[in-house]
Design a protein around this ligand. Structure first.
Ligand code: HEM
Length: 577
């Protein structure tokens, strides 16, 4: 019998493929057996926690392959198959993820000084935010948090109020040009919050900003899409695969834009810092000479007053004379510095931060500080659009404060916006900009709700979105009801049942430690000035009903269908003097 060369080659190939599979299948089975045995304790504990069943190795990963809105919808709807508030387990690939939605369980994790490490899923942020405050761990996080948190102190923030006013008015004028048509208000909110951040936390004046804010906002949104894709679709997680995808190239492009802006900010501020240092050295030596003369005291006063007249470069962030708010009682005396000034000075002294670390913190604050507030303000305005009855009450309150005048909003005014504040809190309840917070626990932890023990080394997700819609805590949770935040209602609620800014040692730096409800810190203050300025000028109309909104949780909660609204210019109320 004659066998052709082709047949011989085919038989050879078949036999090598067969051998490969003969070896591969036992190898995988052995590895799986080893994995199950070595993680025996983990599997034992997880078997006592409810959750949807999944496929071996892939777990529930196939449920996340849809678009962001579908994934969010499926995840949220499926969660109702299990008892509300009990820990819920999912497998994303070989990694277990446990969702917590009971305030008592959440308190155990968030209030702890031990479970403060972010889960490995945050590592995809690394090329963007490096080891900034959002993802750093251990001593580094502790030291940097201690340094940065005081820069968001109320004393510093009150001095920002005029920057908030100026930018809010500018955005109102820009939105006016949209006329009577529908548009996506998130774009405006994103730009406004970036510009405010640049001017306040970063201390960069308007002239240096140009039009980069819009490009920056879009790039951040697209970066979040890519990160979210890697969270949902496990095969994009390993770097070795991701680097060859089109997403890696897109990521590089977006990061160039994002880092381009932060690099520019740092360059400007560093040169200002050096200039200021030089001026101070010169002033000091001038002082030394005059102090030696008989007229030293007179001259000293002259130099001091000269320093006050010229708004020096270092006194950015509205801390210079003339920008004081009416309640700016103790700014200046307490030498609290605003964010970037402090970081640059620390890096210059070489004590706490390196240049690279400064850049990472700037990227972190720019992201955390703008995308969250842009989403919060957009949801608030859309909510006003679908609830004209509530919008009228907010407008009534604003009219009673401003009495039809066009004057700037003061810090005292923001304290009087009680109803607007309740609407804001209710918006952050129903649409928390950070809908999930993830931690990695390093030791077993018992949950008070069911007594279940969470195994060490797994990802714990605090499901803020679902927690905020627990009917036992918030009756009719899908209905927008600002009265949920009447003082008497809030007083009886578990502290960890309302956590839009997270809670505990790793909560948002812009949050008020003493009270998240009346928090006068950066985010709330900025939002009050921005939103009140908009509602002093317009009524908002929403073309879509609330139940038609399509949500997606790509790190920050958004609307896939866009935050579309229409603005109707308001006629000023007439008041009898
Ligand atoms: C409505 C506005 C805001 C909301 C709802 C919000 C919410 C949050 C939440 C939930 C966290 C915890 C995230 C996590 O653990 O994964 C967080 C962390 C953080 N936020 Fe905010 N935030 C807001 C505004 C801001 C602003 C304006 C800034 C800065 C200017 C800021 C800076 C930060 C930083 C640096 C962290 C990381 C803190 C740490 O890990 O120590 N946030 N924020």
């Amino acid at each position: 019998m004659v066998v052709s060369l082709e047949t011989v080659n085919m038989l050879r190939m078949l036999s090598s493929t067969t051998t490969f599979f003969y070896l591969l299948i036992p190898a995988i089975s052995l590895y799986y057996l080893y994995y199950r045995l070595s993680k025996r304790r983990m599997f034992e504990l997880l078997s006592k926690i409810e959750g949807p069943s999944g496929l071996p190795l892939l777990g529930n990963a196939l449920e996340f392959i849809g678009d962001p809105h579908t994934t969010f919808k499926i995840l949220y709807e499926r969660s109702f198959e299990f008892k509300f508030g009990e820990p819920l387990k999912l497998w994303i690939g070989p990694r277990p993820v446990i969702f917590l939605t009971d305030p008592r369980d959440i308190e155990v994790i968030l209030s702890s000084h031990v479970h403060i490490d972010k889960s490995p899923e945050y590592r995809f942020f690394q090329p963007w935010l490096g080891n900034g405050l959002l993802i750093s761990t251990g001593e580094k996080w502790r030291a940097h948090r201690k340094l940065i948190a005081p820069t968001f102190h109320l004393n510093v923030l009150k001095s920002f109020i005029n920057v908030f006013n100026k930018n809010s008015r500018a955005i109102v004028e820009r939105m006016r040009k949209e006329g009577p048509k529908d548009f996506d208000i998130h774009e405006y909110m994103g730009e406004a919050t970036v510009e405010i951040l640049l001017e306040t936390a970063m201390g960069v004046d308007k002239g240096t900003q140009n039009t980069e804010a819009g490009e920056y906002v879009t790039s951040v949104m697209k970066m979040c899409d890519i990160l979210h894709l890697r969270h949902r679709q496990v095969w994009f997680r390993p770097e070795i695969i991701f680097q060859f995808t089109k997403y890696a190239k897109a990521q590089e492009r977006f990061l160039n834009i994002i880092h381009g802006l932060t690099d520019k900010v740092l360059k400007v501020k560093k040169s200002e810092f050096l200039q200021k240092k030089k001026t101070m050295l010169e002033t000091e030596s001038e002082l030394e000479i005059f102090q030696k003369t008989e007229k030293a005291e007179v001259k000293l006063e002259e130099i001091k007053s000269k320093k006050l007249e010229e708004p020096s470069i270092g006194l950015s962030y509205g801390q210079s004379v003339g920008l004081k708010d009416d309640l700016d009682d103790d700014i200046g005396e307490k030498k609290r510095q605003a964010f970037l000034d402090l970081l640059i000075e620390s890096a210059e002294n070489g004590v706490v931060l390196t240049d690279k670390e400064v850049r990472e913190q700037v990227d972190t604050i720019m992201f955390e500080g703008h995308d969250t507030t842009a989403a919060g303000s957009s949801f608030f305005l859309c909510m006003m659009g679908v609830r004209p009855d509530i919008q009228e009450k907010v407008i009534e309150e604003l009219d009673s404060i401003f009495k039809g005048s066009d004057r700037l909003c003061t810090f005292q005014d923001t304290l009087e916006m009680k109803y607007l504040e309740r609407c804001l809190m209710e918006t952050l309840r129903m649409y928390p900009p950070v809908p999930m917070i993830a931690r990695q626990i390093k030791e077993e932890v018992k949950m008070p709700s069911t007594g279940a023990v969470l195994p060490s080394d797994c990802t714990i997700v605090i499901g803020t979105f679902k927690l905020h819609r627990n009917p036992e805590i918030y009756p009719n949770p899908d209905e927008f009801n600002p009265d949920n935040f009447l003082p008497e209602k809030s007083a009886n609620r578990h502290y960890y049942s309302y956590i839009p800014f997270s809670a505990g040692p790793r909560s948002c730096v812009a949050n008020s430690v003493s009270s998240p409800i009346t928090g006068r810190k950066y985010a709330v203050l900025k939002l009050k000035v921005l939103l009140s300025t908009i509602l002093r000028n317009f009524r908002v109309v929403s073309p879509k009903k609330q139940n038609e909104w399509q949500l997606q949780a790509d790190i920050i909660l958004k609307r896939t269908d866009g935050f579309r609204v229409r603005l109707e210019p308001r006629k000023k109320p007439k008041f009898v003097a």
